[in-house]
Design a protein around this ligand. Structure first.
Ligand code: LMR
Length: 330
C-alpha cells in the first residue's frame, strides 16, 4: 500500500515538475469517457504511470478527439498513436475473420461469449491480427449486446425494417444483416451518428445501451427495441514497434496494467446495462419521446430466423469451421 502511494506521489511529482517521461503512449478511442471502455482507458493511464513511476506518460483522447473511425487504425500502423481499442467490426480490413463477432444471434449469452473470446476461437482471431505484424493484439474488451433503434417505424417484426436506412460500422456482415431484413445499411463513423440520425440521413441504428445513452442517441430516436440481436466488443491493439522498443520491465508494467484494466472494463460493462436501462426508462417516462420495446421469445426467434440466413455467405471469409466452433463452444 505504502509503495503504491509513494508510486503515485512520484508519478504526480514528475508530472507537475514537467520532467519528460522516457516514453509517451497516446491512446485514442471514439466513445465517451464515461463508458466502460472510456473508464478502463483512463484507469490504464493511471496504472501505467503508477507502475512505471512516470517513465511512460499515457495520454488518453476519448470521443474521436484525436482520430475517428477509419483514421485510428492508420494512425496506429504509422505509430502516430500507440494504443487503440476499436470495435471488432472495425478490424474487417485487417482480419476479415474477426467479423465472426458480428454474426447476428451467434452468442447465447455473456458466458458463451466470454468462452468464445477467451478460448480457442478468440486466440485464432487474435493471431490473424498479429500475423500482419503491424500491431500486437492484447485483450478483448466488452461493450455488450446491441439493440435496434429507429426514428421512423418502431421495429417489432423483421418486416418493419424494410426500406429503412440504418447506420452500420464498416463490416460486411453488418451490411448483410440489415439487407436480410430489407433495410438499407450505410457505413458512417461513430462521431457522425448523432447528426445523421438527427438530420434523417439514416433512420435507425444498432448499439449497446452505453453507447446509445452516453451519445444521447435517445434524443434523436423515437423507439428502442431490446433486440439483443448482435454483439459489440473491442480488441485492444498496440503498435508493434512501440512495444518492441520498451525495456522488459516496462513491458511487464504495461502488461500488468492492461490485465487490471481488462478486468475493470468487463466488470463495468456487466454493471452498465442495468444502469443504462434505468436511465433510459426514466427518460422515456419523463419525456414521452422514446418508446422502449421488449420482444418476447417468439418475436426474437423471428428476427433470428430472418437474419441468420446470412451465415453461409461468410463461410469462406470467416471460415465455416471457426463459426461452428464458436457455436459449439459451451
Ligand atoms: C460504433 O462505431 O458504433 C462503435 O464501434 C463505437 C465504439 O467504439 O463503441
Amino acid at each position: 500500500m505504502k509503495k503504491l502511494v509513494l508510486g503515485t506521489i512520484t508519478a504526480a511529482m514528475i508530472a507537475t515538475a514537467g520532467l519528460a517521461a522516457d516514453y509517451t503512449m497516446k491512446v485514442s478511442h471514439v466513445v465517451s469517457a464515461s463508458t466502460p471502455k472510456g473508464k478502463a482507458a483512463d484507469f490504464f493511464e493511471k496504472r501505467v504511470e503508477e507502475l512505471t513511476g512516470g517513465k511512460i506518460d499515457v495520454q488518453v483522447f476519448p470521443n474521436s478527439q484525436l482520430y475517428g473511425d477509419g483514421e485510428e487504425m492508420k494512425a496506429l500502423v504509422m505509430n502516430n498513436v500507440q494504443l487503440i481499442m476499436p470495435s471488432l467490426s472495425k478490424f474487417t480490413s485487417v482480419a476479415p475473420q474477426m467479423q465472426l463477432f458480428d454474426l447476428p444471434f451467434i452468442f447465447r449469452d455473456k458466458t458463451h461469449l466470454y468462452n468464445v473470446m477467451d478460448g480457442e476461437v478468440g486466440a485464432v482471431l487474435k493471431s490473424k491480427v498479429d500475423e500482419k505484424r503491424q500491431m500486437i493484439a492484447l485483450d478483448y474488451w466488452d461493450a455488450g449486446f446491441k439493440h435496434l433503434s429507429s426514428s421512423t417505424k418502431a421495429l417489432v417484426k423483421p418486416e418493419d425494417a424494410a426500406g429503412m436506412k440504418f447506420r452500420i460500422q464498416s463490416s460486411k456482415v453488418l451490411e448483410a444483416q440489415f439487407k436480410s431484413v430489407g433495410g438499407n445499411p450505410q457505413v458512417l463513423p461513430f462521431s457522425e451518428v448523432y447528426s445523421a440520425l438527427q438530420q434523417g440521413v439514416v433512420d435507425g441504428t444498432e448499439n449497446p445501451l452505453s453507447n446509445f445513452y452516453t451519445k444521447k442517441f435517445h434524443e434523436v430516436q423515437s423507439s428502442l427495441t431490446l433486440s439483443q440481436h448482435g454483439y459489440l466488443g473491442y480488441l485492444v491493439v498496440m503498435n508493434e514497434q512501440f512495444w518492441n522498443k520498451l525495456p522488459k520491465d516496462l513491458q511487464a508494467n504495461v502488461a500488468q496494467a492492461m490485465k487490471e484494466a481488462t478486468k475493470l472494463e468487463r466488470e463495468e460493462s456487466m454493471k452498465e446495462d442495468a444502469l443504462m436501462m434505468e436511465s433510459l426508462t426514466k427518460y422515456a417516462k419523463d419525456t414521452n419521446k422514446l418508446q422502449i420495446i421488449e420482444l418476447n421469445d417468439a418475436q426474437k426467434q423471428e428476427w433470428k430466423k430472418a437474419m441468420s440466413v446470412i451465415y453461409p455467405q461468410f463461410y469462406d471469409v470467416i471460415g465455416e469451421d471457426l463459426i461452428k466452433k464458436a457455436i459449439d463452444t459451451k
